[in-house]
Design a protein. Structure first.
Length: 163
């Protein structure tokens, strides 16, 4: 049975596709490609059907990540097929939990940086959209740091299903 993870930010052109790309690479490096499916979405439809922000693509490429992406809006019906819904900031966390049809499905929503043991205080990944290239680099750094802890948690869940 495939374990499904969806990353969610506001417009699905900066933070969530970046997290999708990084985590997909972590999954591949861990040899879990056939067991874990990774995608992303936005809480709104502002950029639906658009490619990822060029700055996102540039930062990912510079750091060796690939991304083939079309923005889309998160649909409440997806909760039933997803194992984890990873919010990039506390606003997304709240919005997604309100969208969840049941308490069990709301419990699937987690903040990405909650998987970074070194993260303290504010666990939001700041939105780089209105800033410069440095914000995209900072975003990638936060995503990478949290992805290792997320991978460990997902691996644990996947292995639990296999036994």
């Amino acid at each position: 049975m495939t374990y499904r993870v969806c990353f969610v930010c506001t417009g699905n052109i900066c933070r969530s596709p970046m997290a999708e790309s990084v985590f997909r690479a972590r999954v591949a490096d861990a040899g879990l490609e056939g067991l874990v499916e990774v995608d992303s979405a936005g809480t709104g439809d502002w950029h639906e059907s658009e490619n990822a922000d060029p700055r996102t693509l540039s930062v990912l490429e510079r750091h060796g990540y690939a991304l083939d992406h079309t923005a889309r809006r998160f649909e409440p019906s997806w909760f039933a097929r997803l194992d984890l819904v990873i919010a990039l900031d506390s606003g997304h966390l709240k919005a997604l939990r309100l969208l969840a049809p049941t308490r069990e499905e709301a419990a699937k929503v987690r903040l990405l940086r909650s998987y970074d043991p070194a993260a303290e205080g504010d666990l939001d990944v700041p939105d780089p959209y209105y800033g410069g290239q440095d914000g995209f680099e900072e975003c990638l750094e936060m995503v990478e740091e949290a992805s290792n802890g997320l991978l460990a948690a997902v691996r644990h869940d996947v292995e639990g299903r296999l036994t």
